[in-house]
Design a protein around this ligand. Sequence first.
Ligand code: SF4
Length: 476
Amino acid sequence: MGNKTTFDFEANIDGALEDDQLRKNLRKAMDILVDKRRTVFPDSTYLEQLRSAGNAVKRRALKQLPQLLEQLEANCTKNGIQVHWAEDTNEANRIVLDIMQRHDAPAIVKGKSMVSEEMHLNHFLDEQGIEAIETDLGEFIIQLNHETPSHIIVPAIHKNKEEVAAIFHEKIPDTPYTENVEELTAIARRVLRKRFAAAKVGLSGVNFAIAETGTLLLVENEGNGRMCTTVPEVHVAVMGLEKVIEKLADVPPLLRLLTGSATGQTITTYVNMITSPRRPGEKDGPKEVHLVILDNGRSRMLADPELRQTLLCIRCGTCLNHCPVYVRIGGHAYGHVYPGPIGKILTPQMEGLDQAGVLATASSLCGACGEVCPVKIPIPDLIRRLRNESYDQDGSAVVEGGGYKKNLAETLVWKGWELANRSPLLNEMGTRLAGKVGKRMPRVGPLKKWTRVRTSPRVAIASLHERARNEGVSDE
Ligand code: SF4
């Protein structure tokens, strides 16, 4: 995945659009999530104030990111948390592997973490003979079915309960078929309890890392995150370097925005704050806590004043829920870890425009993502910027792989368009020609995909000036 040679976005989109069940499942789930968010933020003035506060907190953090990361490292270390830096996903994977090998651990229990997906950690560990066990219910379901997450918050959002029932029945030995959601949950719980009890190492993501106290904050609803971070002897937390914030007082607006936008809750069932390994006299908790801080292109994003806004993201997923493209095709069609609007701006910057720039084309630029984003990321502006950079070959493209789309034919077409619109004579000739052929939009060739499903524009046979002249009205 993520490689130009193996990723066929158009084929993925066609496949998703032809899957009626997938579209029904997505539509239903998205309507619920959108409604829940609307209900939890009934007061639009309050929501706007909150969004501005969230934006300000994250902007302030980005402004002093290097210092905050150093402060986080110093305070975590003081608290007994071992901090590791990873420039790319290979390095991050190696760090996790090294910890696993030092503890002779054959398996790792995982809470939900998009950064671990970004690292393709499960696949990497599998190649080393180590089992990665997903314990978030949605992740558990898709892992059983050998799939990747379809949504950054609700990984199995594309499945309905009948499909989940069939997966459990087929993949978990001695499991009778049931569509009863409580029974399905109990089955997952029964399987996972044993894995928690046996695991030496647990892994989690991080929602916010607080520099002033060296605290790792994690939200979740199922309690599996707390099991992963307290039952095994070793806890490994992985985070992108943009997750650091300055102080504890910054948490309330961000937490409210995150939970309200992600799941329509005022607060999640669990809010875990981890500040150290188990201390003398404490009855539970890991003996060792490691924090892996991943860069993977984020420093590059930080260097650009406009693109750095990508790093404001708190991974709430609400831009996905409101995106007319995502709602129709789901996450897998994007062929990369981060789908939807956030994926369209994040992935091309991480992997290069030549590898993933096509994602930025999957937008109608309706602006819905920017309107709902809790931290006010101007997603449509950044999509436009990346699209421009895709064609930019004069050396000014900032994003790696810039200019990959530039080609002579298209350059000539646009030059012609520019010329026709600068010259009154050519413009008039073009308008006359359009009046004659405009209704006959080509339904073959490269324009076919566009024209076969759209009504032809009605180009006037005579221009306004001509009509005025014909009717004896002065057009001076
Ligand atoms: S871009 Fe905004 S809306 Fe989308 S996941 Fe990030 S914070 Fe949420």
